[in-house]
Ligand binder design. Structure first.
Ligand code: BG6
Length: 532
């Protein structure tokens, strides 16, 4: 049997059901459209951890299209019921909502099909073509199609080509292809991937995922900057002294050494997530909140970044690798002692960069970016540090009046915005102290944010590419980092390991900012245990 559904009847209409949960779009009914999402790599880690739990949450929120199927594909022999059973366990383990309610799960499982396929070529895809066509016939419509390549990048080329040859890419409005990082390991390989995808699909059909862009707090950067009149007038070199972007993780490499050994922090985190954050903070206002308007503005930022000076790379780029150490009372081993990691590995698990955006708005303002594994806390935030007052009227003896104002955009785990400024302490004696004024998502909205993949899948299904990377953007980001990659590859001995697990990274990273008279701004954590 080629197309194995569960409990389908001739009258079956799909997955629409009233939602018992607050949806992402309040009160919005699912659209009466038909969509089939084809999942390549359906039994892989990405499907289990992120894609299927996100789809199920969309189902619970009644945000899947009215007529929807999830068509899992694979080479192995299995049926939809077995796969549904496995996905149930995955959702219970990885979904933000935990174990699925039985009735709802049964409804979702009805959307699941399994197609056993041959090799990734035209003939191999025939069972899929028949399965999709059979569903369309039953629905009496031509459904939209999303081909999600949750596969290693080696599969992009054969699968994209096979989809094209099988005629599955030709519906320019209805067919989309989704790919995930790593989108190359340098400029040349990213161009190859883009070329392969462009062979059968037009750019508007290609969705390149950077999951950071799906995070609520990341999307809110544009809302904060462009939906309020108070930030934009001071958002430039006249008022801002420097910007620090920190993405710190306590996790180590875990079970991903196979991938990570070839990637390292620069490719894994900076090329995509951190540069995306930089673009959102530094971009000019778009004319409209529309995919290409926004992506054009982001691209302008990447194009304006000053090239790294090859002869003084150490002043602009620092790499590190964690040694053993302690985090939250737990002893952690060194990166080189992790399973499947080369005992002499030169892969960086930390990097810090200094960048300048050479345009009218940002001339001379340093942007410091840092990310690392096995740092003391999990925390992603953007700290915008304003210039000092031009004249200090208050005597230094009045308190900490030297601490400059900063706006901190908290991405995770705390989600919010903090304005840190100086205030007078209550009392007859005039004393100054830094205080925080804060907006917390949790407190204001009183509901959990959706996972990034829920947002991204919803957008893909609605043909909205705003939160996805365009080919030119990906290539610009690789092009920008190319000199660092080359310099690091040429320089044989990075002196690893050079920071202890549980520390804030190598000493050279402190120097990187200290040379400019700055320091890494301590993240402002907004945990209840650590109130502002
Ligand atoms: C991924 C990286 O893209 O992002 C991982 O490959 C990293 O190495 C992860 O741990 C961090 O994402 P998040 O959403 O957990 O901050």
């Amino acid at each position: 049997m080629l197309c194995l559904g569960q409990g389908r009847s001739a009258e079956w209409l799909g997955c629409l059901r009233p939602s018992p949960y607050p949806g992402r779009v309040n009160g919005m009914a699912a659209e009466a459209k038909a969509l089939q999402l084809v999942l390549f790599g359906a039994t892989g880690d990405l499907a289990a951890r992120l894609i299927v739990p996100a789809l199920f949450n969309l189902y619970l929120d009644a945000l899947l299209p009215e007529r929807f199927t999830l068509v899992a594909t694979g080479r192995g022999q299995r049926d939809a019921a077995t796969l549904a059973h496995q996905y149930h366990a995955d959702v219970a383990r990885f979904s933000r909502r935990g174990k699925p309610p039985a009735k709802e799960w049964a409804g979702f499982a009805q959307c699941l099909r399994y197609v056993q396929m041959g090799p990734a070529d035209k003939a191999g895809l025939e069972p899929l073509v028949r399965c999709l066509a059979a569903q369309d016939e039953q629905w009496r419509t031509r459904s939209e199609r999303v081909y999600y390549l949750a596969t290693p990048p080696e599969a992009f080329e054969p699968v994209a080509r096979a989809l094209d040859e099988a005629g599955l890419a030709h519906d320019r409005k209805g067919a989309r292809i989704v790919v995930e990082k790593p989108l190359g390991r340098d400029l040349a390989s990213s161009r190859d991937i883009n070329r392969v995808l462009a062979h059968g699909f037009e750019e508007r059909q290609i969705y390149r995922i950077d999951h950071f862009l799906g995070k609520e707090t990341v999307q809110n950067i544009l809302a904060m900057r462009f939906a309020n009149p108070i930030f934009e007038p001071i958002w430039d070199r006249r008022y801002i002294d420097h910007v620090v972007i920190t993405v710190a993780e306590t996790l180590g490499v875990g079970h991903r050494a196979g991938y990570y050994e070839q990637a390292g922090a620069l490719r894994d985190m900076v090329q995509n997530h951190l540069l995306q954050l930089l673009c959102l903070v530094a971009m000019e206002p778009p004319v409209a909140y529309a995919a290409d308007d926004i992506r054009d503005k982001k691209l302008e930022v990447l194009r304006a970044v000053r090239p790294f000076p090859r002869d003084r790379m150490h002043e602009y780029a620092v790499r590190g690798q964690y040694d053993g150490g302690w985090i939250e009372g737990r002893e952690e081993r060194a990166y080189r002692a992790e399973p499947k990691v080369d005992r002499q590995s030169r892969t960086e698990t930390y990097c810090a960069l200094k960048l300048f955006v050479d345009n009218w708005r940002w001339q001379g303002v340093p942007f410091y970016l840092r990310t690392g594994k096995r740092l003391p806390v999990k925390c992603s935030e953007i700290s915008v540090r304003f210039r000092d007052v031009p004249h200090r009227a208050f005597d230094p003896s009045l308190g900490l009046n030297a601490e400059p104002t900063r706006v901190v955009i908290q991405i995770q785990p705390a989600e919010g915005i903090v304005v840190r400024f100086t205030a007078k302490e209550p009392g007859a004696i005039f004393r100054l102290r830094p205080v925080n004024m804060r907006f917390s998502y949790g407190e204001v909205f009183q509901k959990p944010s959706p996972d990034a993949y829920e947002t991204l899948l919803w957008d893909i299904m609605h043909n909205d590419a705003t939160l996805f990377m365009r080919a030119d953007q990906v290539e610009a980001a690789w092009g920008l980092l190319e000199p660092v990659l080359v310099a690091w590859a040429d320089h044989e001995d990075p002196g690893f390991p050079n920071y202890a697990a549980g520390s804030w990274g190598p000493e050279a990273a402190e120097l990187l900012v200290a040379r400019d008279g700055h320091s890494w701004l301590t993240p402002i954590m907004m945990h209840p245990a650590n109130p502002c």
